[in-house]
Design a protein around this ligand. Structure first.
Ligand code: ATP
Length: 323
């Protein structure tokens, strides 16, 4: 494992009885990278993070975190890591401040309390109330503060903005980018594609316990299918357009708008006279634009899919069977 690698898993296998949660998971996260981990419910995200901290043990494969083997050096790994679990369990009778002081004590009382106060102020987290009186969002903020408080080299965050309002979501994303600027690596799972697009430098998509894609969010979007809507000055025979490589006719003359279809979905091609057409384009637009030069075009619009549409394209109907 090179000095530049923060996390590396190879062939990670984890089963819970009959349930195969991880089926040979390979992952590499570079130091000082903000890395998004995407997948539907039950795909294996939490299991992967727990293996990294030796909270559960895989049956096969290897893991290195900050150059350490978490099974041989769990304390050293946890000392250098800030972890936000999906469901943080807290004593309901403790106040926010006593809970944070407890987390500080677990870390040898080495935390800069001034930094903790900055975090609680920025997240608008009151210190005095008992935890049982807090909203879900405020409990989530305690989890975020305890993960960040010791300025760890690595942040493992399981859905960091879950339950937070949009202002607080933005503040958490700022804290994540500031942690990176301070030299930390951030590995976070999320179901909120807009935030992944906003902060992640690379993303991995996990499906049924295996990584199916690792890429920069923009590259994933660029690689995906696009839609082009063309209006003509008068009805034309669209046959030549349907024959352009990578172009598929989706709907015609105000027909029903379809969502971006899944990869590999075939749509029948037609050669009829039409005044408007919606096309799906795979890859570059060049072939379509050149073919359109021969047509009396009055309007031309293109749409890029969102990361959410790209994400959905990887799962489609098997969403239901994953859980
Ligand atoms: P979510 O987005 O819902 O948090 P996830 O991607 O984090 O999902 P995991 O929690 O890692 O998914 O679960 C992966 C699979 O392992 C699922 O099928 C889940 O039901 C199963 N699983 C997880 N923990 C256990 C457990 N302690 N005992 C039995 N099965 C488990």
């Amino acid at each position: 494992m090179s000095e530049k690698t923060a996390i590396k898993t190879q062939g990670l296998i984890k089963s819970y009885g009959q349930v195969q949660a991880l089926r040979g998971l390979d992952l590499e996260v570079v130091r000082r990278e903000i890395f998004g981990f995407l997948g539907p419910n039950g795909a294996g995200k939490t299991t992967t993070i727990r293996c990294m901290l030796d909270m559960i043990r895989p049956q096969g494969g290897t893991i290195r975190v900050l150059g350490l083997d978490p099974q041989a050096d769990p304390v050293a790994v946890r000392a250098r890591t800030g972890y936000l679990p999906g469901e943080l369990q807290l004593d309901p009778n403790m106040t926010v401040e006593s809970a944070l002081r407890y987390f500080n004590a677990l870390r040898g009382n080495n935390v800069d309390w001034g930094f903790v106060r900055q975090l609680t102020d920025r997240l608008d987290l009151p210190l005095k109330p008992p935890i049982k009186n807090l909203s879900h969002g405020n409990k989530q903020k305690i989890g975020i503060v305890q993960a960040l408080m010791h300025r760890p080299q690595l942040l493992l965050l399981d859905e960091p903005t879950l339950g937070l309002d949009p202002l607080m979501q933005r503040e958490v994303l700022r804290l994540i980018t500031e942690a990176k600027a301070d030299g930390a690596t951030i590995f976070f799972s999320s179901h909120i594609m807009s935030e992944v697009e906003a902060v992640a430098e690379r993303v991995a998509i996990i499906r049924k316990g295996e990584i199916v894609e690792v890429a920069e969010p923009a590259a994933l979007i660029d690689r995906a299918l696009r839609r082009a809507n063309v209006r003509f000055k008068q009805p034309v025979d669209i046959g030549p357009l349907a024959n352009v490589p990578g172009v598929t006719v989706l709907s015609q003359d105000g027909g029903k708008r379809e969502d971006f279809p899944r990869y590999g979905t075939s749509v029948s091609l037609q050669s009829v006279s039409l005044q408007s057409v919606s096309l799906q384009v795979e890859g570059e637009m060049d072939g379509l634009i050149k073919a359109l030069a021969a047509f009396p075009v009055s309007d031309f619009k293109t749409e890029r899919p969102s990361l959410e549409e790209v994400f959905l394209a990887y799962y489609g109907d098997d969403q239901k069977e994953v859980k």
